[in-house]
Write a protein that binds this ligand. Structure first.
Ligand code: ZN
Length: 170
């Protein structure tokens, strides 16, 4: 178990699609543990495997106040979506950026747990939004890709200026 580095935009690895997990062996357990250790080292509520440079369809969520109720979703699939609305999102891979994204606030999701057991769950509000945000990471998408063209252009200018400054500082 270890805290891992979180990739940040514009790292091209964040745009790679993740592969489904087919073998539920020890390495899947290690990945889940690393995801949780890394998540709990931040103040965020969810994290996906591609963000720590592992291209498997695994994500973790913990919305509890005490941060002791981890939920693991492997190979998640959304079966139904309803009640659309704009929700403000942020992302560990885009430090300091916030944006309003149109999301379903009620979903039914099917996924597997760390032992490969399949389950279905109805999620709403933040939980539903969070899952959709993390599932975007599994297909190589960031939430800014869902913003309007204007906001995206603004973000790209801002994002690349920030990356340049970082390079100059290095
Ligand atoms: Zn994110």
């Amino acid at each position: 178990m270890a805290r891992r580095e979180i990739l940040e935009y514009p790292d091209p690895r964040l745009q790679q699609p993740a592969e489904p997990v087919t073998r539920f062996d020890e390495s899947v357990g290690h990945l889940v543990d690393d995801l949780l250790d890394t998540l709990y080292s931040t103040s965020a509520i969810a994290l996906s495997a591609p963000q720590i440079d592992d291209l498997r369809q695994v994500l973790v969520v913990d919305l509890s106040e005490a941060r002791n109720e981890p939920q693991v979703y492997i190979n998640p699939e959304i079966l139904a979506k309803a009640a659309w609305g704009f929700v403000e999102e942020s992302c560990l891979s885009l430090p300091g950026v916030k944006g309003n994204v149109l999301r379903a606030t009620q979903i039914r999701v099917k996924a597997q747990d760390r032992d490969g057991e399949t389950f279905e769950r109805d999620l709403e509000a933040m939980h539903a939004v969070c899952l959709q945000h993390e599932m975007d990471h599994l297909v190589g998408k960031l939430f800014v890709d869902r913003l309007s063209i204007f906001r995206r252009l603004h973000f790209r200018a801002f994002g690349s200026a920030k990356a340049r400054r970082r390079q100059e500082a290095a």
